[in-house]
Design a binder for this molecule. Sequence first.
Ligand SMILES: Cc1cc2nc3c(=O)[nH]c(=O)nc-3n(C[C@H](O)[C@H](O)[C@H](O)COP(=O)(O)OP(=O)(O)OC[C@H]3O[C@@H](n4cnc5c(N)ncnc54)[C@H](O)[C@@H]3O)c2cc1C
Length: 585
Amino acid sequence: MTYRAPVTDIAFALKHSAGFGSALAEGLYGDLDEDVVDAVLAEAGRFASDIIAPLNTVGDRQGARFKDGIVTTPDGWRQAYRDWAAAGWNGLSAPTEWGGQGLPHAINSACNEMWNSASLAFGIGVILTMGAVEALMAHGSERLKKIYVPKLVSGEWTGTMQLTEPQAGSDVGALRTKAERAGDGTYRLTGQKIFITYGEHDLTDNIIHFVLARLPDAPAGTRGLSLFLVPKFLPNADGSPGARNDVRAHSIEHKLGIHASPTCTMVYGDQGGAIGYLIGEENRGMACMFTMMNQARLAVALQGVAIAERSTQQALAYARDRKQGRAAGAKEVSSAIIAHPDVRRMLLSMRSQTRAARAICYATAVAIDRAHRSADEHDRQAAQERASLLTPVAKAYATDVGVEVSSLGIQVHGGMGYIEETGAAQHYRDARITAIYEGTNGIQAIDLVTRKLPLAQGATAKGHVAELRRTVERVRAANNPAFGATGARLGEAVDSLERTTSWLLGRSLDDASLAGATPYLRLFATATGGALLAEEALAAARVGSEPEGRIAIARFFAEHLAPTSSGLEREVIEGAESVSDLALA
Ligand SMILES: Cc1cc2nc3c(=O)[nH]c(=O)nc-3n(C[C@H](O)[C@H](O)[C@H](O)COP(=O)(O)OP(=O)(O)OC[C@H]3O[C@@H](n4cnc5c(N)ncnc54)[C@H](O)[C@@H]3O)c2cc1C
């Protein structure tokens, strides 16, 4: 079964739980109105469903192919990419002065979800180009921006992000690729990068690499890294691709999923050194790379939502069609499997977690918009801190949800899910990488506990907990029997989050806080996702948009998933001691 973009759900989540509706009403986005937003989402949904989604299977079966340094993408991909770029989707949220459309980051995030539901292997390439544009605009010289930004915004050229080397994965500071000053303001790069997404391909006439490397006199670790722009072809004066630079793809990987996305080993300096241009300042490369990585982390989070949505659609369709056994009280001999409560439990778990992850991602995107656009400095600062706090939560939770939901998608299909022809297995294989790249989910949890909780001396996290509590109060005040135990169970989840947050803030960084980082992140996401779903349900009851369905989803999440919070609290606070080496001896 192919994908239909859930444009109504996406618009509803944006407007009613992520804060986009109120931002629009208060004028954060100037004269942008709801009709334009709806029209953009509808058109993106059409393109994703009709043009990209049909390529997902051929992308998986044919994969990217490598021969003599050249990568060929699967049949139909080059045309689809070119049509997509020509329609202006690449520059949706880029500034108008650089050829973009200046639309909110939140709208671009919603579109990113749709490109990735259609095909994760397609979506990951464009995510990186968008991140490259952000980094270049924030840190590049005027000269570099003039040459490269317009072509990256239009999608005429693509960007890559290059950190990883064999000895330097999570530990980026261990990288060894060398950059030497050429004496004319440029640099020469030598070394090797591995696992580089779309490092080589045939979609565009040029590829612009964003490469972390180390100068000979640089300090050790991440403080000694600089970021360089290294074009595959050096542009001529008229902007056309000119001489070939000294960088090439050596090979591509054979991997579990996203087969159509080429994962390349890149070699720099076979002929003396690839010409590179410094972005930002020498030894300040990590700060520039973080601009790119933060953007990419939210986009990868949306990949998690995207694959969960697609898996859920497919499982739901199958469960309505497949007949097995007689459901309790049914008249027919054989019932559709959706009539069995255990199958409905799986489907509800899929849908509610997908929507919870979506709401967290969109709330993060709106916070990023506010941090860039608000006229009030205090508001900008608070929004920046909220975005920083939510980004690792969005990345790790949404991608874990992508993996778990696509696994449940197979389960709903039974044996047919394990057979490749239904496509459910591809979603599971494709989803798995999202929990690993852009910083593994373990590293996200450590980031949350060690860097994000202490923001503003803990005030950002405490303010977030207080906001969740206000949602719980609103649910209780609504006094609507359809909500069942939503208020009570969410209230308990927020209590657990509050106690655990205080416990972590009250201790200095040690093995116990690191051992509890992953369960803490899950607890944080569970309380937050549950509250955002409750906000959607309250809004649905107010505006009359499918109130029964949205209340039922919020209620399911609160009654079936939020209760895990008390276990997660215990795991964080009491479980550290048993995370020891002894049991692994
Ligand atoms: C398909 C694919 C595409 C990719 N695309 C790109 C790309 O475009 N550009 C790029 O630069 N890289 C890319 N990567 C690399 C990716 O970002 C890394 O694989 C990832 O960051 C993890 O690094 P690693 O593989 O070296 O694992 P390791 O760092 O060796 O980690 C192994 C395990 O140890 C854990 N761990 C490591 N350090 C710590 C610590 N300090 N505390 C707690 N736990 C720790 C990790 O969480 C993980 O579970 C890609 C990888 C793949 C497979």
